[in-house]
Design a protein around this ligand. Structure first.
Ligand code: HBI
Length: 371
């Protein structure tokens, strides 16, 4: 094993790990923590109070949850509420960082990016979403200009939404495939699965329409963040065509996902990656998605799923009626070789080692970051 890295992870401040509010970041943190620990490194996590245990040691921090950047318009700067959990989490990082080799930041907020240059240890930023606000674009692009090696992203589609995104390190994502039970034969009713936070950008309405046209029942798992998005999506759906399975634990989701003939994804935004796609493939479930964002780099069209022109609902329906040629074993194999926690952790390890190697060699004092 290479020299042990001591990593202090800064989680998302929007909600506790395990609450579902943090979306894909929760799964990313679990995969990175278990993967790095398995490689012999030490991982401690700073996260909002109420977070589930991840890594070697958890530092749970109280404070006002950070408003989600997904809920504001592009010109808005997300304010840090007084006594914000973000500020309290960062204060803990700042006070404890000298016990570690590197800080891994997963908060999509200005504070960690702005203050990273003044920290006594290197900060590696894993950007979890594409471009959403001008303020975050500024700090991310400034960091990519001054210390490009310190920024990683999940997909080239996500990176392309930032001015200097191509300078970032692409690390994909990963899932503990061995904890995803492979299912050879899906449920006889040909049901399709939809998994994710129920919110406008996930495109549930398109998924419902496509399944109705394809005459396949749709089963939905996920945190109902936006009731309007839910009501809007099912407004015109025939009775019993959509079944809400609830926001269940990862373990329960993975025990049920395999019953689906396919997972449908209809992202209306540039999904940074699409962790649910690799979870589904690990269970043997092919993925049918718009050719947009991360899913377009995960799915091998015709082998592990189908890619359809963005917003083409009839095309999505046609693909859902043409699953016969897809091998569920091929889906599982691809998850094992490309998207396992082990493969992901090795990419993260290499990136973090590079960040540590570059620390202290950047004259941040020269060019003030333009905030
Ligand atoms: N909003 N302000 C803010 N900070 C985050 O870290 C953040 C967010 N919205 C969503 C989010 N993180 C995660 O759910 C996504 O990264 C997946």
């Amino acid at each position: 094993m290479s020299r042990q890295l001591r990593v202090l992870v800064m989680s998302t401040p929007v909600g506790p790990i395990g609450s579902g509010i943090g979306g894909g970041v929760e799964m990313t943190i679990r995969a990175i923590a278990s993967g790095l620990v398995a490689l012999g490194h030490r991982v401690e996590v700073v996260a909002p109070d109420g977070s589930a245990a991840v890594g070697d040691v958890m530092h749970r921090v109280v404070g006002t949850a950070q408003p989600s950047v997904q809920l504001v318009d592009r010109s808005t700067r997300v304010p840090s509420p007084v006594g914000s959990v973000l500020a309290n989490m960062w204060n803990l990082v700042r006070s404890r960082c000298t016990d570690f080799d590197v800080v891994l930041n997963l908060a999509y907020d200005e504070l960690p990016f702005r203050e990273a240059p003044d920290l006594a240890r290197p900060v590696a930023h894993l950007v979890s979403m594409g471009s959403l606000t001008d303020a975050m674009d500024r700090v991310i692009d400034d960091t990519l200009r001054l210390a490009p090696w310190s920024v990683a992203m999940h997909s080239t589609a996500q990176a392309a939404t930032f001015l200097r995104g191509t300078a970032a390190t692409m690390i994909g994502s990963g899932v503990d495939v061995e904890d995803c039970p492979f299912v050879e034969s899906p449920h006889a009713d040909g049901r399709v699965g939809f998994v994710g936070r129920i919110s406008a950008e996930k495109g549930l309405r398109d998924a419902v329409e496509a399944c109705v046209q394809a005459r396949r029942p749709l089963h939905v798992w996920g945190y109902r963040q936006d009731e309007n998005a839910w009501n809007d999506a099912i407004a015109d759906a025939p009775p019993h065509s959509v079944t809400y399975r609830g926001f269940v634990t990862t373990e329960i989701l993975r025990s049920q996902l395999g019953e689906c003939a396919a997972l449908v994804m209809a992202p209306k935004w540039t999904e940074a990656f699409g962790n649910v796609a690799i979870e589904a493939m690990a269970c043997g479930v092919p993925v049918v998605s718009y050719r947009r964002g991360g899913p377009a780099e995960i799915v091998v069209d015709g082998e592990t799923g189908r890619l359809v022109a963005p917003d083409d609902v009839p095309g999505l329906a046609a693909a859902l009626c043409d699953l016969g040629s897809l091998s569920r074993h091929a889906c599982r194999r691809r998850a094992e070789t490309h998207f396992s926690t082990q493969a992901f952790a090795r990419r993260v390890e290499a990136w973090l080692q590079g960040v540590c190697g570059r620390f202290g060699r950047v004259d941040f004092s020269g060019t003030p970051l333009s905030f």
